[in-house]
Design a protein around this ligand. Structure first.
Ligand SMILES: [Zn+2]
Length: 74
């Protein structure tokens, strides 16, 4: 079982909303798979997920409105 880098708590698979500010454009990606510590709530993403988030943001840059809320699509 994986343990938390910060508190050694148990890490479990979870989902979170990822928020990023792109030059004043606020993007929210919903239901992003993540690893979450049961004890301190620290959230981390796998390398694959980070790459996918970057792709989603690149796509969004073409159609950016002031606030964009999208679902995570693997
Ligand atoms: Zn922790």
């Amino acid at each position: 079982m994986e343990t938390c880098f910060f508190c050694k708590g148990t890490i479990e698979n979870s989902f979170t909303n990822y928020m990023v500010d792109l030059d004043g454009h606020f993007v929210i990606i919903k239901n992003v798979p993540c690893h979450k510590c049961r004890q301190c709530g620290e959230i981390s993403f796998s390398g694959k997920t980070v790459t996918r988030i970057e792709e989603i943001i690149e796509d969004l840059k073409k159609i950016l409105t002031e606030v964009a809320i999208v679902e995570y699509v693997a």
